[in-house]
Ligand binder design. Structure first.
Ligand SMILES: Cc1ncc(COP(=O)(O)O)c(C=O)c1O
Length: 394
């Protein structure tokens, strides 16, 4: 028996299927194959880049930054939190800047839970939550959100899985992969479960700006009794086309923030200062994509959603819930009699359209495919045409 063993925490981890899929698409495109992935083709708005460039020319850019985040960025987050999330927060004690929402979520979970604890999460749900929880040694406990309920969370499915070991609930709204948006009524029901059982709530708000059909995003931290138990994790990646910049932030009470900062400071020391300067300009500015405001981007996504979902619904055998937010459609392909993995492989091989197998989002995701729709409309139209052409021929 070797002493050079691996941590058992990693036994059930796999690499991220979405990153693997992006790599496969890059490789196919490099060989000249035209693959449609419906993904963003947009650039970070110019004023954000200019702010980062201005900062990098200043002497302080060479040094470690404040582990909480540079003051300018924390001030911008405080303004945004008041404007968008109706939360008045203290920039000195309630914000921690992280290298992306992902790192913010992992640091939060590392600060809150450990081996022997259980963490509740939606199934289907974002594919990184399960491995993130396992990295802490805690046990993920999935609860279903159901297609017949338009993937709306049923609080009874959540409360029935609470045990004496439950410590936290992880939520994501608007939701990846289904686009479901948690209503005030559902959030209130979740809040009362969290309060009754004295649980943490980790709320991933990565897609908070992308809402359709008049939906509203509500931060669960603003509900009565929730501020002290909620950790809100946000990111610049999606809203401002800053995916590669790696910058996000966490809003939590001073005690929780200190714990999270302890984890992050040993992992990263601080987030790259000039990236934060760019992100500060992003939060203070109106633009999300080129010179389109965030509201205009969201309107575009709504139009793109309509073309994608209506195009999918036109294929006999496909059922598709209308997503209320984010930029994901999660059609039901069970009538084709294939596993979702096989369906996604065939779609890529034959129609040259990329979607992710629903099974990577949890057992309840099987029988579904996740398509994104943040590409320009002509690409959505072209992709929908390819899907229809292929599926009508099989
Ligand atoms: C639901 C959800 N949360 C968080 C993230 C993290 O984004 P980032 O680490 O780029 O901030 C993503 C990105 O894929 C996501 O889909």
């Amino acid at each position: 028996m070797s002493n050079r063993t691996f941590a058992r925490r990693l036994d059930r981890l796999r690499f991220s299927s979405s990153l693997a899929s992006m790599q496969r698409i890059r490789e196919l495109r490099a060989t000249g194959v035209s693959v449609i992935d419906f993904g963003s083709k947009f650039d970070t708005p110019a004023h954000i880049k200019e702010a980062a460039i201005r900062y990098v020319d200043q002497p302080q850019a060479s040094f470690y930054a404040d582990p909480r985040g540079i003051p300018e960025f924390r001030a911008a987050i405080t303004r945004k939190q008041a404007r968008v999330n109706s939360m008045i927060i203290d920039p000195d004690t309630e914000i921690t800047v992280s290298p992306g929402g992902k790192a913010g979520l992992v640091a939060t979970l590392l600060a809150l839970v450990e081996a022997g604890d259980e963490v509740l999460l939606e199934d289907p749900g974002w594919l990184s939550f399960d491995p993130m929880i396992r990295l802490t040694g805690a046990t993920p406990v999935p609860f279903p959100i159901r297609p017949e309920n338009d993937f709306q969370l049923d609080p009874a499915d959540l409360s029935s899985r609470v045990t004496p070991k439950t410590r936290a609930i992880v939520l994501c709204s608007p939701h990846n992969p289904t686009g479901a948006v948690l209503s005030h009524e559902t959030l209130a029901a979740i809040a009362s479960i969290a309060i009754e059982h004295d649980l943490w709530v980790v709320m991933d708000e990565a897609y908070e700006h992308f809402l359709f059909d008049g939906n509203r995003h509500i931060s669960i931290a603003t509900l009565e009794g929730m501020r002290e138990r909620t950790i809100s994790v946000q990111t610049a990646s999606k809203t401002y086309n800053m995916f590669g910049w790696r910058v996000g932030w966490i809003v939590a009470t001073p005690t929780v923030s200190e714990r999270i900062r302890m984890v992050l400071s040993h992992l990263f020391t601080c987030v790259t200062s000039f990236v934060q300067a760019g992100a500060a300009a992003a939060l203070d500015g109106p633009y999300g994509q080129g010179t389109l405001t965030i509201e205009e981007v969201s309107k575009n996504y709504e139009a793109q959603r309509n073309v994608l979902v209506e195009g999918l619904r036109a294929v006999p055998g496909i059922r598709c819930t209308m997503p209320g937010g984010a930029y994901f459609a999660f059609p039901d392909i069970r009538s084709f009699g294939l596993s979702s993995n096989e369906f996604a492989s065939r779609l890529l091989a034959n129609a040259r359209v990329s979607g992710l197998s629903g099974s990577v989002f949890g057992d309840m995701g099987e029988g579904h495919i996740r398509f994104v729709f943040n590409a320009p409309l002509p690409e959505i139209e072209e992709g929908v045409g390819r899907i229809q052409h292929y599926l009508k021929s099989v």
